[in-house]
Every structure is written in structure tokens, then in C-alpha cells.
Design a protein around this ligand. Structure first.
Ligand code: OSB
Ligand code: MG
Length: 367
């Protein structure tokens, strides 16, 4: 297969609700969408880089730079066989996994469309619908948090993830547990703590959280192993896991019992599959994380989540949890805690190309 043309576009999309995590908040997304064309097929993919370098060093602008100056000029017009080989000509690029993943995942969609199968079945998915949860941002007051949680429970989500930070942790979660005794809750600290906080974090154990996600530094694995040895609650790694190699290290050190796989964070689907398989071989579960994607990125996440070892609900919420109106049809919906995995060819949802055209603030074409 040969990519004959690629177009990168940037669109603004306003979140319905301000979303705050320990490192800051956001209302407006600047989303990069990519189209790849080969053998008369066109596929859409999304780069998950955020607007600022608070979650990872990549941003919308670094991804634009690396995609337009290096990756796209390097891969357009080159032959490739397997989807992961599409990046072979640009293997010299260090890091920039989110930028790379947008191309690699698009190549998987091209391969799926060429074979007339869904992305999920191309990846080896085994589920028609996947259990999904929701990630609830930091709220100024407990009342607002309780109200948000009650709303998402009414929407049917299978588990609720609560963002925490020092000062909004033990007391806040204890109040929530008292109000909702049986709800599957987990917490995500986005690296807001250090090993000095071990005794504080141990106070979470009686709350019976499913896990605590990324409590310590974004680039640490070693300290997470020290923490996991002290905690009953399972540690889940997000930011710290950028590759299968990181996963191997985390497993050897006992740094976590769960991994949140975001295919963009690890450079694409091939690396996601390696992490999935490695965790499965160790008898440990994974789940699919989210990066406040549009429906395009969401389609890629839900396809990945249909693999066998994605046994825990992911951060793959309904389109209406994020947007007044999504850019795909049909929109993603949640029913009884489940999201259907699209079964049409490729990503299985139609992109509203006219609306994307209207929203586009810059584009770059390669042929
Ligand atoms: O840490 O998982 C995270 C959103 C942006 C950046 C990092 C994270 C998140 C979320 C929301 O938790 C996940 C989603 O619903 O897309
Ligand atoms: Mg996280």
C-alpha cells in the first residue's frame, strides 16, 4: 500500500464543560485531524496531543511541527506492507509518539478498509460492546462533585473516575463513598503526589477504590513500585508508560497492577498491542484511556478496547459527555454502561466533512 496524499487539519472544538485535572483545566480543544489516502480510500485519524505540555511534552503545535516538517514528508509516496511499517522511514525520530500515532493508526484504518473489515476485527477485537466509564474533573465543591457523579450514574456509566490532588483527596473521596457506598470508583492524581505523601495515600485504602491512577511523577516507575508495596489499593500507570519497554520495567519492579493504554501516548496500535499482550501474560488487566478526543479518536479507542485483556471499563464516554455536537455520525452513545463497537469497515463512523471544512483553521497537504 502507498499513501498518495495526506492532509493535516486543525479544528477548534469547545468542551461542554470546563475539565480540570491536578495540573490545570481546559475548556477549548485544538484538535488535529489527519486524512490519509491510498488505493482510492480515504481515512480519518486524530492526533491526541493537548493544547499545553501539562500531561505530556507534546502539544497541538509540536505535533503540527513534527507531522508537517518530518513525518508526513517522510511517509507520503512510500510503500508499506503492515500498518506499523508505515513509520519505517521516520524511525529516526525520537519520541513524539502522539504525532506518530496519528499516522500509524490511520494506516491500520486503511488496511481494515482495504480488507472490508472493521478496525476492531483488524486488531483482533472480540467484543461487540465494551464497558465504559467516565472521568470526572476536579470540582470546586463537594456538592458539585456529588451532583456530577449522580448525573453520570443516571447515564449508566460502569465506573466513575474522580480526579484528585492534594487538598482534594481523602476527605472528598470519603464523602463520596459515604453517599455512594457501592459505586465502582477510582481516582486519578495525574502525578500530583510524591513519596512524602505515602501515609496520606494509604488513607485511601479503606475506601475500596478500584485503583489509583498515576499518583507519582509522570516520568517515574521506580517510586511507584515503592508506593505499590505500601498500598492495598492497586496502582494504575498512565503517563509513565510510553512503550512496551516501560511496561516490562513496571512489571519487573512491581510498580503497578493495572495499565491505562492510550494508543496515542505509546505511539500507536502496534505498541498498544504489545503492552496488552505483555500485561495479559502476567495476568493483569488493562483499560483504554482517553484524551478528550472527538468522535474520530473515540472510534479508534473503542476498537482497541474490544481486545480480550481490556477487561476494565475505559475512559470512553458518550459524545454528549464532551461535545454539544460531535463531528461523527452516528454519535457515540452509552447504554447500560456499554458502548457498541462500530462494525462497519474501517473506523465505522462517518466524519461530517462539511462541518470539519467549515471549522478548519489551518491545513497542510502532502502528495
Ligand atoms: O489522565 O486520563 C487522564 C484527559 C486529558 C488528559 C489526561 C487524562 C484525561 C482524562 C479524561 O482523564 C479522559 C477522557 O474522558 O477522554
Ligand atoms: Mg490519567
Amino acid at each position: 500500500m502507498k499513501i498518495e496524499r495526506a492532509v493535516l487539519r486543525e479544528i477548534p472544538l469547545r468542551l461542554k464543560e470546563f475539565f480540570e485535572i491536578s495540573s490545570g483545566g481546559k475548556q477549548d480543544r485544538r484538535i488535529l485531524l489527519l486524512t490519509l489516502e491510498a488505493d482510492g480510500l480515504t481515512v480519518w485519524s486524530e492526533c491526541v496531543a493537548a493544547e499545553d505540555p501539562s500531561y505530556a511534552y507534546e502539544t497541538t503545535d509540536t505535533a503540527w511541527h513534527v507531522l508537517t516538517d518530518f513525518i508526513l514528508p517522510g511517509i507520503v509516496g512510500r510503500e508499506f506492507e503492515d500498518p506499523e511499517d508505515v513509520l519505517e522511514p521516520v524511525r529516526w525520530i525520537r519520541g513524539h509518539r502522539m504525532a506518530s500515532a496519528a499516522v500509524e493508526m490511520g494506516a491500520w484504518a486503511l488496511a481494515a478498509e482495504a480488507e472490508g473489515v472493521s478496525l476492531a476485527s483488524k486488531l483482533g477485537g472480540v467484543r461487540e460492546a465494551v464497558p465504559v466509564g467516565v472521568s470526572v474533573g476536579l470540582k470546586p465543591t463537594d456538592e458539585e462533585l456529588h451532583e456530577a457523579v449522580a448525573g453520570y450514574l443516571a447515564d449508566g456509566y460502569a465506573r466513575i473516575k474522580i480526579k484528585i490532588k492534594p487538598g482534594r483527596d481523602v476527605e472528598m473521596l470519603s464523602g463520596l463513598r459515604a453517599r455512594f457506598p457501592d459505586v465502582p470508583f477510582m481516582a486519578d492524581a495525574n502525578s500530583a503526589y510524591t513519596l512524602h505523601d505515602v501515609s496520606r495515600l494509604k488513607e485511601l485504602d479503606p475506601l475500596k477504590l478500584m485503583m489509583i491512577e498515576q499518583p507519582l511523577a509522570y516520568d517515574d516507575i521506580h517510586h511507584h513500585a515503592r508506593l505499590q508495596a505500601e498500598l492495598e489499593t492497586s496502582v494504575c500507570l498512565d503517563e509513565s508508560i510510553k512503550s512496551a519497554h516501560d511496561t516490562e520495567l513496571a512489571l519487573q519492579l512491581g510498580a503497578c497492577r493495572v495499565i491505562n493504554i492510550k494508543p496515542g501516548r505509546v505511539g500507536g496500535y502496534a505498541e498498544s498491542l504489545r503492552i496488552h499482550d505483555m500485561m495479559q501474560a502476567h495476568g493483569l488487566p488493562v483499560w483504554c484511556g482517553g484524551m478528550l478526543e472527538s468522535g474520530v479518536g473515540r472510534a479508534y479507542n473503542v476498537a482497541l478496547a474490544s481486545l480480550p485483556n481490556f477487561t476494565l471499563p475505559g475512559d470512553i464516554s458518550a459524545s454528549r459527555r464532551y461535545w454539544e455536537r460531535d463531528i461523527v455520525e452516528p454519535e457515540f452513545v452509552v447504554e447500560d454502561g456499554l458502548m457498541r463497537v462500530p462494525d462497519g469497515p474501517g473506523i465505522g463512523v462517518r466524519v461530517d466533512t462539511e462541518r470539519v471544512e467549515v471549522l478548519t483553521v489551518r491545513s497542510a497537504e502532502f502528495r
